[in-house]
Write a protein that binds this ligand. Structure first.
Ligand code: SAH
Ligand code: ZN
Ligand code: ZN
Ligand code: ZN
Ligand code: ZN
Length: 420
């Protein structure tokens, strides 16, 4: 889909030079598209680009994959193979072509219903960054959505949540929640129909399936018979918040337009799952959002495991435009309700009388600094040189422009320690 317009700034200079680059790949190694805004592109280069794009299309279309799936499920277990190298379900006629590849046999219906377990996670940090919810977190999210009365979930980059909903819907008769997955990972088109999955780029709101896919999404957002809908998204953490926010606003607008009478100024409910250190960035774009204390855990991320069982606490939180008091967090996992703040908080998150709020962001108990007039991390000290609280080990230098991710000086977003 369309590139994004960036600006290269160098320190001291007022204006930077603007250029287009790939919206989805933040690493030039993954996609080297680059064009100055004012650059003239020759016919030859244009033709070469088009040629390149044609050669990099997925081998099968979504439609073809849906047909292949229908044939695949008709096969006896002994003939159901999945090529691990090509990440593809194989039909018997194709076995020979993949003879030298590693493959799995006897693919069961249960396996087909949990593609996120079958496919290997694309962990490439800068592009896909596929970190899958731990079962506990996924279950928690789903129960929360059900308790809140939602019947439809637009799963944007949350394949595991989508899969949990889909598989419950096919197994339990009284389960009446539906989900539509929007994701850039086209491998999922092998397992879901066009009504269940749209190949989508959340950095530029691009539907690869064109108008038909856009219409699928629009229809899904239309709240028939009072069935309420919510967006749940868990974007790659290296992603540009402004690009994501702009896409989410477009999805919200799509929802608003489905209702002729309008939604009485309501906003489409949303859960945006993202690390806590992005709080101020998210609130810049969505002032109606607040951050919940719930720590979202992941399966394939050693660091992002729950404090009680994993090695470290997860920095990932839920940002939502729903009323915080409605988001009930489990007591057995160490959350309590603060009656003053009217929201659930981590048990170690103490209500500060001076700030008049439960101020901890990372789940640890924070302390109030009278000089800074705010609560700070327990490991910080007030430095009289810098005139603010910071790590004890730091060099008292003039602040240069802070990192776009964590706001701290001394490094750029690409080298932000919060992301690694
Ligand atoms: N925790 C979620 C997965 C989050 S990982 C779960 O368990 O369901 C981030 C997801 O966003 C991945 O599924 C990845 O494929 C998708 N993604 C990455 N870049 C994207 C983009 N540009 N547009 C849409 N989806 C993207
Ligand atoms: Zn293969
Ligand atoms: Zn409080
Ligand atoms: Zn305080
Ligand atoms: Zn201080």
């Amino acid at each position: 889909g369309p590139a994004l317009l960036f600006v290269k700034t160098s320190q001291g200079k007022e204006e930077g030079r603007r250029f287009y680059a790939c919206s989805a790949c933040r690493d030039r190694k993954d996609c080297n598209f680059f064009q100055w805004e004012d650059e003239k592109v020759s016919e030859t280069r244009l033709a070469a680009r088009e040629e390149y794009n044609r050669n990099h299309q997925p081998f099968f279309t979504h439609r073809q994959n849906v047909d292949r799936y229908k044939n695949f499920v008709l096969l006896p277990l002994s003939k159901r193979r999945f090529c691990q190298e090509c990440q593809q379900l194989l039909l018997p006629a194709e076995w020979e072509k993949h003879a030298n590849h590693q493959f799995l046999c006897d693919i069961t219906t249960a396996q087909l219903k949990s593609p996120s377990q079958l496919l290997y996670p694309l962990e490439n940090k800068k592009t896909n960054a596929q970190y899958l919810f731990a079962d506990r977190s996924c279950q928690f999210l789903l129960n929360l959505l059900i308790d809140l009365g939602f019947r439809r979930v637009l799963s944007v980059g949350t394949p595991r949540l989508h899969e949990m909903i889909q598989s419950k819907a096919s197994q339990e008769e009284e389960f009446n929640v539906r989900s539509l997955l929007l994701d850039i990972d086209f491998r999922y088109s092998q397992f879901y129909t066009e009504d269940e999955f749209c190949h989508y780029n959340m950095f530029n709101h691009h539907f690869f399936g064109g108008e038909a896919a856009r219409e699928t999404c629009r229809k899904f957002l239309y709240e028939e018979n009072g069935e309420r809908v919510i967006i749940v998204t868990d974007p790659p953490f290296g992603g540009l918040v402004e690009a994501l926010a702009s896409s989410f606003k477009k999805l919200m607008a799509m929802w608003r337009e489905t209702e002729k009478e309008g939604h009485d100024n309501r906003e489409l409910p949303m859960f945006w799952i993202f690390p806590y250190f992005f709080e101020s960035r998210i609130l810049d774009f969505f002032p109606s959002f607040s951050m919940m204390d719930y720590q979202v855990d992941y399966d394939n991320h050693a660091l992002y495991k729950h404090g009680k069982t994993g090695r470290r606490q997860s920095p990932v939180r839920i940002f939502t435009n729903l009323t915080p008091s409605m988001i009930v967090l489990p007591e057995e996992e160490g959350y309590r309700f603060c009656t003053v703040c009217q929201r659930y908080v981590s048990s170690d998150n103490q209500h500060c009388e001076i700030c008049n709020s439960c101020t901890s962001k990372d789940g640890r108990r924070w302390k109030h600094c009278v000089l800074c007039k705010k609560c700070v991390k327990p490991s910080w000290f007030h430095c009289n040189n810098c005139n603010c609280c910071t790590l004890q080990k730091h060099s008292c230098e003039k602040n240069d422009i802070g990192c776009f991710v964590c706001g701290k000086a001394g490094h750029k977003r690409s080298a932000c320690p919060s992301l690694s």
